[in-house]
Design a protein around this ligand. Sequence first.
Ligand SMILES: Cc1cc2nc3c(=O)[nH]c(=O)nc-3n(C[C@H](O)[C@H](O)[C@H](O)COP(=O)(O)OP(=O)(O)OC[C@H]3O[C@@H](n4cnc5c(N)ncnc54)[C@H](O)[C@@H]3O)c2cc1C
Length: 426
Amino acid sequence: MAGIWAGRTAANQGRRPQIVLLEGSSKLGRKILISGGGRCNLTHQVVTPADYAGSSRNAIKKVLKRFDVPATVKFFNELGVHFKTEETGKLFPTTDRAQTVLNALVREAQTYADIYHPCRVESIVRCQSTGGFELLGDWGSLRARSVVLATGGKSIPKTGSDGHGFELAKSLGHSLTPQLFPALVPLTLTKDHFIRDLSGMTLVTALELWGPTGKRLERFENSTLCTHFGLSGPAALDVSRYYLAAVKDDPNVSLTINWAPAWNENSLGEQLRSESQRRPYAILREQVPDRLAKALLDCWQADPDVPPHAPETVACQLSKKAIRSLARIVTRMPLPITGTRGFDFAEATAGGVPLQEIQLQRMESRVCPGLHFCGEICDVDGRIGGFNFQWAWASGYVVGVALGDSPVSSERAPFNSPQPPSLDVT
Ligand SMILES: Cc1cc2nc3c(=O)[nH]c(=O)nc-3n(C[C@H](O)[C@H](O)[C@H](O)COP(=O)(O)OP(=O)(O)OC[C@H]3O[C@@H](n4cnc5c(N)ncnc54)[C@H](O)[C@@H]3O)c2cc1C
């Protein structure tokens, strides 16, 4: 995006600066290719700053509004990528293939830029006399007037986004947020937890994060997948970064699951008290799959506070304590989280270069002029649904326009390489 918009903006002003894209991986756009289950959910019908965490939402808003969803749709349509909007509001290419998105971007980028790969940048040196930069790697070196760090975060490092960009930013004087941790990451549960035995079951739940004083901090109601290690699926992925951030601050926070969001603790309690014909099993089966209903009733029977009762007892005959216990187990069950599956399985990175260190009008460093940032390297992470890409498109656009607007020498930036780097971009 940055390369395309730098090229387009300069071309509109009759200039053609040399733009070089260096990709460390042997394959271009690996993360685009695996995104959205290989379909690339490249934006969402409605994107607001509230869909993001990290730096202040006001700062995030300033960038998002420069390149909004209609602009994204128009941009990709012009590149020949057409969309369908799913019920959830997510936009996918009509081909259902992430490759369509990658091909379109690479084709357009090649109009304005030279793409070299694999060309991993190991270090960047600021040249004090010229104000430019020298980029170095085992392929040689390259001098540049401006540099954009679009190196992503640390999630799924084998794609090439292995966090080295953070080191490059630090070497040029930037600080990083005190914490860098996986976002949109599956959560692991204690070894013998019954949820692990429900592996493969998907249902809509509400995951709620509670502060130490009992205040609800976050709530995500969405599809949830029970797995052999714990919980995954959109609700679990969305809540993960908030849980991790909160538990680092205070280990007394808790995460609970409401297995049947149509009920809350009170409404289920009331319903149980009013049911004079049905047993709890029949009532739970209204809302949850059979296997889960049985597992929840087992948890309930195991609660030492629940007085013994015959299995055929109808709901309204249960004791107050038994009703309270069941309502809590179904709607506010504490989850004994042991950790996460880590960066190898995370879809995003929480933390990064703070937006306070970036001048947002140009996405240019406040500490190292000429250095720019876009995408996941910034301290911005979105929820599931196309929000992370929308941030990447918008911040890439802002950088590109800023660079394309700055007249630079038309001299070609010299490579200093023993062998010319590979130009194979297929
Ligand atoms: C499995 C998965 C699925 C996802 N699905 C979606 C989705 O459907 N929708 C959505 O909005 N978001 C999704 N995301 C998140 C989204 O892919 C990222 O937020 C987005 O790709 C970030 O873009 P970026 O350009 O900042 O970084 P990246 O896409 O990570 O690209 C950074 C590039 O920089 C290269 N690089 C890194 N360091 C160097 C170096 N030193 N020298 C040279 N090159 C370097 C890397 O090889 C990489 O190709 C998904 C993420 C994952 C892991």
